[in-house]
Design a protein around this ligand. Structure first.
Ligand code: ATP
Length: 254
């Protein structure tokens, strides 16, 4: 089995005196798509935000490719961060720029300062790489269109291409399909599955659609009030597990 590209242990986080994460731990391996499930407020986004360093955990270890991020010197930490890309529900693209420019922006961390001041100055090598990334998400023919003119599903695929252009090994997606219609949502989930299984990335996605998780993800992690309710192969997740997350009162009354 491939080693874990992302390894999280003993994650704890409180806001004020309210505990939000309690001893959350999991691995995501290269070639694996893991879905996070749980009711509103169960701590899914906070988990991803702690992994990304957007939120500061109170305790716990986040390791990328075996390196504890808290112990890395600054330069190596930047490199570990570059290897981790995030995709959001609200698509963070520049609508007035072309799809190609937006994908090129994924490579910003790799461009020497000064050459990256304007998207017009992306080196040709980066533009070619970005075009290849757009091709890999099936959007090469839309490369020179303004992103604002693309559909929500297409924009999310551009966001995936940007993560590819970042040359990330770990992709974290926070509700990547919540704003999409069922067909587009299915397409984006198939793309995330492709990133894991064909491109051999480690992919974790917060989802509000258990059916999509069970169909596309290799493993599902259930969070209940900030604690791990289960971490199971998707094929082992059944109605009992989902009820424990989304209808705990019904489970307690049974
Ligand atoms: N910056 C913050 N300050 C205070 N409380 C916060 C903050 N961010 C999150 N929380 C609280 O932490 C808890 C977990 O929030 P989180 O967004 O991680 O849950 P979630 O499972 O992603 O929810 P949802 O499905 O609604 O997006 C919630 O009670 C939320 O109100």
């Amino acid at each position: 089995m491939d080693p874990a590209l992302l390894s999280v242990r003993g994650l704890r986080k409180s806001f004020g005196n309210r505990p939000v994460l309690n001893n959350v731990g999991f691995d995501v391996r290269a070639g694996e798509l893991v879905a996070f499930l749980g009711a509103n407020g169960s701590g899914k986004s906070t988990t991803l935000r702690c992994v990304m360093g957007i939120a500061q955990p109170d305790a716990g270890v986040v390791a990328v490719d075996g390196d504890d991020l808290a112990k890395l010197p600054w330069r190596q930490l930047q490199e570990a961060r570059r290897r981790t890309a995030m995709i959001f529900q609200k698509i963070h693209l520049v609508p007035r720029r072309t799809a190609l420019d937006n994908v090129c922006a994924g490579a910003l961390a790799r461009i020497p300062t000064g050459r990256s001041l304007s998207p017009l100055f992306f080196p040709r090598s980066i533009q070619l790489e970005a075009l290849d990334c757009l091709d890999r998400v099936g959007l090469a023919d839309r490369a020179f269109e303004r992103v604002g003119r693309l559909s929500g599903g297409q924009q999310q695929r551009v966001a995936v291409a940007r993560a590819l252009c970042q040359r990330a090994d770990v992709v974290l997606a926070d509700e990547p399909v919540s704003a999409l219609d069922p067909h587009a949502a299915d397409q984006v989930m198939a793309l995330l599955h492709h990133l894991a299984h064909v491109e051999k990335l480690a992919v974790a996605a917060v989802l509000h659609q258990p059916d999509l998780a069970l169909r596309h993800a290799d493993r599902c992690i259930g969070l209940l009030h900030g604690t791990m309710a289960f971490d199971l192969p998707s094929s082992d997740v059944g109605p009992v597990h989902l009820d424990a997350l989304y209808a705990p009162d019904r489970v307690a009354a049974a």
